[in-house]
Design a protein around this ligand. Structure first.
Ligand code: DC
Length: 225
């Protein structure tokens, strides 16, 4: 089967997952949230009391982890860690920095690479992350680099956490977003950067509908969908 792939990269809180999930539904594509895969490894390090910045200690965990990505009856992506569904746990706010730290180790990235590519070989996918257009799917049919100001992303994250019942103060979220931006774009292994052939979309002043329309226009232009 000739599979189409759409890569959406960008910093945390730019709206990648909400937009990608909605677009996948509209287009009948499989949505793959690759951040959830790194979060699963970050969660395991956290659970084992391992410092996520300690490369050797994190790599020593890998032979003990089996990471699986499945789709529930709800159609949503679920993450299994050694057979246990950790979909909710990986969203705990403290796991974000763990995920960012473990994702900087090249051994972690190569451990997870094939699983991501395999999904794109067997399905039409919309995959979001940090290095999808640059490393995971360099031949993706559509590449989008989605961004927004750190302040706009902080406000969105604040709202999301409030709705989830785990509110956090603005300053704390902003600091964490800036720290993750720095980590994710300054690591040596597959840093966050815009692929040369990616289309830049800045959603700072766009609401959800406007952002979705902007992405649909780009996708239609590239695929004729
Ligand atoms: O998208 P997210 O915020 O759930 O991702 C969590 C962390 O995982 C993020 O800070 C960096 C890392 N990540 C990555 O390095 N490469 C990806 N393709 C996706 C996420």
């Amino acid at each position: 089967m000739n599979c189409f792939s759409i890569a959406i990269d960008g910093p945390s809180g730019a709206g990648k997952s909400t937009l990608a999930r909605s677009l996948a539904k509209k287009l009948g594509y499989l949505y793959v949230d690759t951040g959830a895969i790194y979060r699963t490894i970050g969660y395991y390090a956290w659970k084992q009391g391992v410092d996520p910045k300690e490369e050797a200690a994190v790599l020593a965990l890998l032979p003990k982890v089996q990471v699986e990505l499945t789709y529930g009856e709800d159609g949503l992506q679920h993450m299994l860690l050694n057979g246990e569904d950790v979909t909710r746990e990986i969203r705990l706010p403290e796991i974000s920095l763990y995920a960012s730290a473990v994702s900087a180790h090249p051994g972690v990235r190569s451990f997870l690479l094939d699983m991501q590519r395999q999904l794109a070989r067997s399905h039409h996918v919309i995959m979001d992350g940090r290095d999808i257009g640059t490393v995971v799917l360099p031949d993706a049919d559509v590449k989008i680099f989605l961004t927004a100001s750190a302040e706009a992303r902080t406000k969105r994250r604040m709202l999301e956490l409030e709705q989830r019942g785990t509110p956090e103060p603005y300053e704390k979220i902003l600091k964490e977003i800036q720290e993750r931006d720095w980590n994710d774009s300054h690591r040596t292994a597959a840093p966050l950067r815009q692929a040369e052939d990616a289309v830049l979309v800045d959603t700072t002043d766009l609401n959800f509908q406007q952002s979705e329309e902007a992405l649909l226009t780009i996708i239609k232009e590239k695929t004729g969908a």
